[in-house]
Design a protein. Structure first.
Length: 340
C-alpha cells in the first residue's frame, strides 16, 4: 500500500469519526432539550432574546425546571405565565428588575468553595457592575425608577450570633456606584428615640417611587419591626411590629409581608398580611400556608410569591384585599419581576 493510499484512508477514517462524534453531540443535545420540555407538566423552553423593556407585558423569573436552562432567567407572557418560556442564558439565584435595570444574585464557583456576587444588569441583561455579597443570597429588589438596587444575604461569624446565621442588607446607587454594604451603618430611631444594639439585623428592602424612601425588616432582641429608611438622611425609623420581608404596593400606600402567628408550627410560622401605612390596619390574605418569600405586586390588586414545588419552587397568586383564594400561577419558577 502506497503512502498516498494510507493517508487517504486515515483522512477518511478521521472524517467518519468526526461525523459520528458530531452526531452523538447533536443527539445528546436534542435528548437534553426533550427532557427539559417533554417532562409531564413541564414548560416548553427555547433559547432567545430577553430584554427588560419593550416587547409587551411579560414576567421574568428564574427557571427551576430541570434541563439545559435550569437557573436561567426566562420570560413568559404576563397573561400566560405557564406558557412557553424564552431562556436568556443568564443564571441567577435571586433576581428582580424595574425600569430596564436588573439585579442578579449569582454564585461564583471556585476550586474550594463558592462565593456570591450581586450583578447589576442593563435592559439587555448585560453586566454594568458587580459587588461581592458576603454570604448566601436571600432577597433582591430594584427601585421603581431603576436608580437603586438592594440585596440581602445570610452571613455567619457575627460575634453576637455564635454559630447561627445573621443577615446583611446592602443598597447601591446604580448610577453612581455608591454602595452601602450594610444598613447597620444607618442611624436607628425606635419609638421616637435613638436606638443601638449589637444584635440588630436588617433584610428585605423594598423601595418607594421617590428615590429616597425605602422599607425593610429590622430584627433585635427577639422581635421584628417594619422600618422606614431615608437614603439621604441615612436613618431608619420603626413603624410596626412583627413584619418580615415587606413589599410596597405600586401606589405606595400598603405593605405586603409575612408575619409570625401564634399557634403555627415552628417550621412553618408565617402567614401573609397587608398593612395600610396610614391607618396601621392589617388584613390577613387568603393563603393558609406558611410562605417564606418576599412578595411581588403584580398590580395594585394582586400579589405573587413562591412556595415549594416539585422542581424546587412554584409561583402562586392571591388577592391583596383578603378576598378570594390562593392559586398556582406557574410551576418551576421563583423570583418574578413584571417588565415591559
Amino acid at each position: 500500500m502506497t503512502l498516498r493510499s494510507r493517508v487517504l484512508i486515515l483522512v477518511s477514517a478521521l472524517a467518519v469519526l468526526a461525523g459520528v462524534a458530531a452526531a452523538s453531540v447533536l443527539h445528546a443535545s436534542a435528548r437534553a432539550g426533550l427532557r427539559d420540555q417533554a417532562r409531564p407538566g413541564g414548560p416548553r423552553i427555547t433559547s432567545g432574546r430577553l430584554t427588560l423593556t419593550g416587547g409587551g407585558h411579560r414576567v421574568v423569573f428564574r427557571n427551576m425546571a430541570w434541563g439545559p436552562h435550569r437557573d436561567e432567567l426566562v420570560s413568559a407572557p404576563a397573561t400566560d405565565p405557564s406558557g412557553p418560556r424564552t431562556a436568556s442564558g443568564v443564571k441567577c439565584l435571586r433576581f428582580h428588575a424595574a425600569s430596564g435595570t436588573g439585579v442578579c444574585l449569582r454564585a461564583v464557583h471556585g476550586p474550594v468553595q463558592d462565593t456570591y456576587r450581586a450583578v447589576i444588569l442593563d435592559a439587555r441583561l448585560r453586566e454594568r457592575a458587580h459587588y461581592d455579597v458576603p454570604g448566601i443570597p436571600s432577597r433582591a429588589r430594584v427601585s421603581p425608577s431603576g436608580r437603586f438596587a438592594a440585596w440581602t444575604a445570610f452571613v455567619g461569624g457575627d460575634s453576637y450570633a455564635g454559630t447561627a446565621f445573621s443577615t446583611r442588607a446592602a443598597i447601591v446607587d446604580t448610577r453612581t456606584g455608591r454602595l452601602t454594604p450594610t444598613l447597620e451603618a444607618y442611624r436607628i430611631v425606635r419609638d421616637g428615640r435613638p436606638y443601638r444594639a449589637a444584635d440588630v439585623n436588617f433584610w428585605g428592602v423594598t423601595f418607594a417611587a421617590d428615590d429616597r424612601t425605602f422599607y425593610a425588616t429590622m430584627a433585635t432582641r427577639g422581635s421584628t419591626y417594619l422600618v422606614r429608611g431615608d437614603l439621604r438622611a441615612r436613618t431608619l425609623t420603626t413603624l410596626h411590629a412583627n413584619v418580615e420581608c415587606p413589599s410596597l404596593s405600586p401606589d405606595g400606600t400598603r405593605i405586603a409581608y409575612k408575619k409570625r402567628v401564634e399557634g403555627a408550627p415552628e417550621d412553618a410560622p408565617w402567614r401573609l398580611y397587608v398593612l395600610e401605612l396610614r391607618t396601621g390596619r392589617e388584613t390577613a390574605l387568603a393563603e393558609p400556608r406558611s410562605v417564606d418569600d418576599q412578595l411581588v405586586w403584580r398590580d395594585a390588586r394582586t400579589l405573587v410569591y413562591a412556595l415549594p414545588g416539585d422542581y424546587g419552587a412554584d409561583l402562586y397568586t392571591v388577592p391583596a384585599d383578603g378576598t378570594g383564594t390562593a392559586r398556582r400561577l406557574t410551576g418551576a419558577a421563583v423570583s418574578p419581576a413584571y417588565v415591559g
